[in-house]
Design a protein around this ligand. Structure first.
Ligand code: NDP
Length: 461
């Protein structure tokens, strides 16, 4: 390809979306360069999903050691080394970073280690050496960055970025926020032995998720030792005599060793020169795109968290792939964002796909709910009283399963498989026709017989 430009495609940002787009475009014969100012792999690989999951595994052991006794095991004295965990995690991240680099190189993509900013609709400037490069298409895939509210002393707070590199495990930590990152890190710190408080500003965290999951997660996290405080917010942070004093809105002061904000992420569009090219942004600074990830400027596209559509790695990868197919293989592909299975690596874990009960009632009026809550088999000997919960949201007329919500061990793995059925438009009858796998927790998904009735309706029976 190429013509009057240096490259057919210039990708800014070598994260999940950018790397996939670059590789696929190159495989279709495009001349491609990708600029990255930090490390190839992006948030997910370097300081997101991957290291987070490794820390989640690590944090489960305390509970596992305890539960082993019921199965006849005597576990000797245990100890935990944060330094060793972080060093091992860093080694794994280095390995993955190397694989990402090699895959780009194998695909013939040129990697440029520099921040790149837009000069105009077809030109970028490399901040490292001031070089200007032209490209037929520019793909912005720069992701998002943790947001911390502006309050006195917030500079003392860390975010997930720093949490992966702390010198030591804090003895006490306060996690602020009530979304994915906050619940996952509260579970990690608590499991590893830090005295963990989680503060959420509203009445119940995990807003937007199914109400039952939100309530049960809160109960289970408290049972595991997280000091979960809803309707609580920090108004100022002070460092005093080696500890942090967090002044709360209600006047209380919390003393802690570290405070981590997990209060959302903002698209990385500041200082990117998007205004030089006339790219339109939304209210959060996100790049506005159409179904094919094209901005209002014909030569400029954007994928992943910078567009604030569904901020999940597999979605960014899909968007990157679809962009490359559309633009470099003459095969228009639009990503369907309507059904996205997702896992939250809280403790216990949650998996969810499709509509919540509230969303389904709003859209469809009457709906059928099937749900069950039980103590999984392992708990009978381990002594754990952790609940597993499953819920199906069904549209009565078509019997289509609109949503599935699961809390319990391996919910992330389960929801991936159930997500296929929901994406295919599976009905309750088809779930029921599926032979159960016994003994598993998942068999409940195909054996739920009775429609759930609200307590008032049951009392009237
Ligand atoms: P989320 O948007 O999920 O949650 C942000 C939380 O912070 C909400 O509880 C919000 O409260 C609260 N909040 C926002 N602003 C303030 C404020 N000024 N003061 C106090 N609280 C505030 O963001 P996360 O940071 O947890 O995660 C970012 C994104 O990363 C997620 O959207 C998700 O897509 C992705 N992610 C996915 C993971 C996965 O797939 N397992 C894991 C980790 C991240 P309120 O509800 O009241 O607005």
């Amino acid at each position: 390809m190429t013509g009057k430009y240096d490259y057919d495609l210039f990708v800014i940002g070598a994260g999940s979306g950018g790397v996939r787009a670059a590789r696929i475009a190159a495989s279709h014969g495009a001349k491609v360069a990708v600029a990255e100012e930090y490390r190839v792999g992006g948030t997910c690989v370097i300081r997101g999903c991957v290291p987070k999951k490794l820390l989640v595994y690590a944090s489960h052991f305390a509970e596992d050691f305890e539960e082993a006794a019921g199965f006849g095991w005597t576990v000797g004295e245990t100890s935990f080394s944060w330094k060793k965990l972080i060093a091992n995690k860093d080694r794994e991240i280095d390995r993955l970073n190397g694989i990402y680099i090699r895959n780009l190189e194998k695909a013939g993509v040129e990697i440029i280690e520099s921040r790149a900013v837009l000069k105009d609709a077809n030109t970028v400037r490399l901040v490292a050496d001031g070089r200007e490069i032209t490209a037929g298409r520019i793909l912005v895939a720069v992701g998002a960055t943790p947001f911390r509210p502006d309050l006195p002393g917030v500079e003392h707070a860390i975010t997930s970025n720093e949490a992966f590199h702390l010198d030591a495990l804090p003895g006490r930590i306060v996690v602020v926020g009530g979304g994915y990152i906050a619940v996952e890190f509260a579970g990690i710190f608590n499991g590893l032995g830090a005295e963990t408080i989680q503060l959420y500003r509203g009445p119940l965290f995990m807003r937007g998720f199914d109400e039952d999951l939100r309530k049960i997660l809160a109960e289970e996290m408290v049972k595991k030792g997280v000091d979960l405080r809803m309707n609580s917010d920090i108004v100022a942070i002070e460092r005093k005599a080696g500890e942090l004093h967090l002044k709360l809105a209600d006047g209380d002061v919390l003393k802690t060793d570290a405070v981590m904000y997990a209060t959302g992420r903002v698209p990385n569009t500041a200082g990117l020169g998007l205004e030089n090219a006339g790219v339109a942004l939304g209210p959060k600074g996100e790049i506005l795109v159409d179904r094919f990830s094209k901005t209002n400027i014909d030569s400029i596209y954007a994928v992943g968290d910078v567009t604030d559509r569904a901020n999940l790695t597999p979605v960014a990868i899909r968007e990157g792939q679809a962009f490359a197919e559309t633009v470099f293989n003459d095969n228009p592909v639009a990503v369907d964002h309507s059904i996205i299975p997702t896992a939250i690596f809280s403790q216990p874990e949650m998996g969810t796909v499709g509509l919540t009960e509230v969303e389904a009632r709003t859209r469809h009026g009457e709906i059928d709910i099937y749900k069950t809550s039980f103590r999984p088999m392992k708990g009978t000997l381990s002594g754990s009283d952790e609940k597993t919960f499953m819920k199906l949201v069904v549209e009565p007329a078509s019997q289509r399963v609109l949503g599935v919500h699961i809390l319990g061990p391996a919910s992330g793995e389960l929801i991936q498989a159930v997500g296929i059925a929901v994406t295919m438009g599976g009905t309750k009858a088809q779930f029921d026709a599926t032979i159960a796998v016994h003994p598993t927790a998942a068999e409940e998904l195909v054996t739920l017989k009775e429609k759930w009735q609200p307590p008032a309706a049951r009392a009237a029976d």
